[in-house]
Design a protein around this ligand. Structure first.
Ligand code: AMP
Length: 175
């Protein structure tokens, strides 16, 4: 499926949000347009249809916007990865580096079974640190990461280089 021109145009770039120096990619105009919303989910799922994906894993918080629709489209379940301390049951946890300091993310220990086939999703990939940490959690659960699917890649930050190179990488658009 061809990426509609309108999809790229609908991403707003907001300078200095949430901090000075960040060029924030705002996808909310896509979400508000029924045709662009449907195209986004279709394009995110396209390379992974028929690949036996059993779970879509997405990261708080903007991964939760399109992640469940992507899972429905692929006939898979949805698993949230959240920031430390927000999941109520026993978790697997991983720390990862941020620009200044570190943070940790968590996934319920029983959310994914051994040998499941997992697609990792977020709206935007920047440095790739968050997606790499998600991959680590999925591997520790004994499941297989079958792919990564992002709506937008910030190509200059080379985030895809932070991910396992043998795992299929898909970004619907690059900036
Ligand atoms: P990363 O650097 O790839 O670990 O990105 C960290 C998280 O912040 C991801 O969930 C991205 O969606 C989000 N993010 C990072 N940079 C931007 C940006 N310029 N615009 C929008 N979201 C961003």
């Amino acid at each position: 499926m061809k990426v509609p021109d309108g999809l790229r145009k609908a991403v707003r770039t907001i300078p200095d949000f949430p901090k000075p120096g960040i060029l924030f990619k705002d996808i909310t105009p896509i979400l508000g347009d029924a045709a662009l919303l449907a195209a986004s989910v279709a394009l995110l799922s396209e390379p992974f249809a028929g690949k036996g994906i059993t779970k879509v894993v997405a990261i708080e918080s903007r991964g939760f916007i399109l992640g469940p629709s992507l899972a429905l489209r692929l006939g898979a379940g949805f698993v949230p990865i959240r920031k430390k301390g927000r999941l109520p049951c026993e978790t697997l946890s991983v720390g990862y580096g941020l620009e200044y300091g570190t943070d940790a993310i968590e996934m319920h220990k029983d959310a994914i079974g051994f040998g499941e086939r997992v697609l990792i999703h977020d709206d935007v990939i920047a440095t790739g640190g968050t997606a790499a940490a998600c991959c680590d959690l999925v591997n520790r659960a004994g499941a297989r990461v079958e792919g990564f699917s992002f709506l937008m890649e910030l190509a200059s930050l080379k985030g895809r280089a932070a991910l396992c190179e043998h795992v299929p990488f898909h970004a619907v658009m690059a900036d």
